[in-house]
Design a protein around this ligand. Structure first.
Ligand code: NAD
Length: 537
């Protein structure tokens, strides 16, 4: 087997790796070093990390027990008060250092992301950009989002209200596998900045990348004890993490999210749930068709469609439908697929045999009910065990599973509409409401359509990246796509308890001595009218 790295040198260059032929393996020394950053037990059965690139064993990963989770919580609880006592500005410093470290160590991070997920290098690079963007945004804006604010009191000047934000305590984060770097740490960063400690359970399929990112967070100066990591499956270790949390941050399927929300509800703690989607893209009759087609490839096939905000429904205005497909389908046909650790490929592998099975089942079901394959529609075992071609289906109807269910793979269904109203109705005809894309040369028309679509993010003349990477604005799901938001003020304030401390001066609410209650009530009524006239809310 080709040993990609020595135990001690991690910063191997991408060029060196590009020269290394598969099968890939992470050196035992590196895997052991990364695993030391998690609390695990020799008694727990190790997890075999397999690379989707080749199906070969990457590393053997020790696992955590419930006792490890308990120890992690005790350590996090012990470290948190001292951290919370620091000012938000002081706490924010590690984020700017992390921003630089992630960019500086991008080659090794890209290798790990690719090896664990099977995605192409350019899709892995989206994760580097995302982490750097989140670090920069919260380092600069986070202290403002957390700052104590003066609020108008009940009686102007006499009631002085302050809104404070306190950390929740210890936030439990259960992260999925599809974005090994980005999904593993970006939710923990605002939680930490808000003064919390975090117990993180990255998915086993993406744990090596997550652990390397946690090492970089340590290097960036986050004090010891605040970020605890445990490793294990969802129903046992993941569940144990969420059961002990003061606040739950979960990303995954809607089915699991429902269980997580029910358990949080039972304990009366808050939860932020980032769940599935069946995301539409509408191409209007005045759209830039070349631009829309180029973007559609990214929006549908990034990370082989295993992206929660990925487009799975392509809604075309009937006037341009054939012309658009005439541009788009040849582009998809020419996409280069492959498992290399290099920049050349357009799409990589699915994560696992299970995902491959799900995608295969969805396409076979659609075809058996009469859908037409415009391009793709086949597994590609010649490239790797879980490769599947980017696939566009026409003639999708209600009885097909993929018409409404999320495929979470590189499969998109074409529908045609006569105009914007029908497009909006079709876009909204889903239990999900995560992301949408609208293409038109008329920006006002695009905004107007976007405002009517019931999705947490709508991208006009982009597929997903514009709204996702606009870190100052919220991102999350409506309907069955989730509760709570990432990014912006909401993405950090959710990790806090807001508190109102109001100081009352003067006579306040007591009826002054000697004033008849009726006279006092009249005076107060006049006061209310004056406040309305003075536009004091
Ligand atoms: P899943 O719900 O089966 O698993 C998601 C994660 O939850 C995994 O890491 C799993 O180990 C963990 N888990 C499972 N059961 C658990 C439990 N009882 N308690 C705690 N953790 C548990 O989903 P999946 O099929 O692995 O992931 C794909 C889904 O995730 C898709 O629906 C996708 O849209 C969604 N997703 C959403 C976002 C978003 O930001 N909205 C991002 C990525 C993925």
């Amino acid at each position: 087997m080709t040993d990609l790295r020595s135990a001690d040198t991690v910063a191997t260059t991408a060029t060196a790796l590009e020269a290394s032929p598969p099968p890939y393996v992470i050196s035992g020394g590196l895997a052991a070093r990364l695993a030391r950053r998690a609390l695990t037990s020799p008694g727990a059965v190790a997890y075999d990390c397999v690379t989707p690139m080749t199906g070969g064993l990457l590393a053997s990963l020790p696992q955590s027990t419930i006792e490890n989770v308990e120890v992690a919580y005790r350590a996090a609880q012990a470290a948190q008060p001292r951290w919370a006592a620091r000012s938000p500005h002081e706490r924010a410093r590690f984020l700017l250092r992390l921003h630089d470290l992630v960019l500086q160590h991008q080659d090794e991070l890209l290798d790990l992301i690719q090896l664990e997920s099977g995605k192409t290098r350019r899709h892995a690079f989206d994760e580097v950009l995302d982490v750097a963007g989140v670090c920069r945004h919260y380092a600069r804006k986070g202290p403002g989002y957390l700052a104590t604010k003066r609020r108008l009191g009940a009686i102007p000047l006499l009631s002085q209200a302050r809104e404070l934000r306190h950390p929740k305590g210890v936030v439990g984060v259960v992260a999925p596998w599809n974005y090994p770097l980005s999904m593993s740490i970006t939710d923990a960063l605002p939680a930490l900045l808000a003064g919390n400690a975090v117990v993180l359970r990255p998915d086993n399929k993406s744990a090596l990348t997550a652990l390397r990112a946690v090492e970089l967070i340590d290097q960036a100066g986050l004090p010891e004890g605040l970020l605890q990591v445990v490793l294990g499956d969802g129903p046992t270790v993941g569940n144990a993490v969420l059961e002990r949390a003061d606040y739950v941050m979960f990303t995954g399927s809607t089915a699991t999210g429902r269980k997580v929300a029910a358990a949080a509800g039972e304990r009366l703690i808050g939860a932020s749930l980032e769940l599935g989607g069946k995301n539409p893209m509408y191409v209007a009759d005045d759209a830039d068709l070349e631009g829309a087609a180029e973007c559609a490839m990214r929006a549908m096939f990034s990370s082989a469609g295993q992206l929660c905000i990925s487009i799975e429904r392509l809604i075309l205005h009937e006037k341009i439908a054939d012309e658009f497909l005439g541009i788009f389908i040849p582009m998809v046909q020419q996409m280069k697929l492959g498992p290399e650790l290099s920049w050349g490929n357009d799409m990589g592998s699915l994560i696992s045999a299970e995902q491959l099975q799900r995608v295969t089942d969805h396409v076979e079901d659609a075809v058996s009910h009469g859908a037409k394959v415009l391009v793709g529609g086949r597994a590609r075992p010649d490239l790797g065990p879980s490769f599947y071609e980017p696939t566009v289906l026409d003639g999708v109807t209600e009885e097909m599973t993929l018409c409404r269910q999320e495929t979470f793979g590189p499969v998109v269904a074409v529908r045609r509409v006569a105009g914007d109203a029908e497009a909006v109705a079709m876009a909204n005809d889903s239990e999900y409401g995560l992301n949408a894309s609208v293409w038109t040369r008329d920006t006002a028309r695009g905004r107007g359509i976007g405002n009517q679509i019931r999705c947490g993010t709508v991208n006009v003349n982009e597929g997903y990246a514009a709204a996702w990477a606009s870190n100052g604005a919220p991102m999350g799901g409506m309907g069955q796509s989730g509760i709570g938001r990432r990014h912006g003020a909401e993405g950090i304030q959710k990790y806090t308890e807001s508190q109102n401390v109001t100081v009352q001066y003067g006579p306040g609410f007591a009826i002054p001595k000697g004033v008849p209650p009726k006279t006092w009530a009249r005076a107060m009524s006049v006061g209310m009218k004056l406040m309305k006239a003075g536009r004091l809310s």
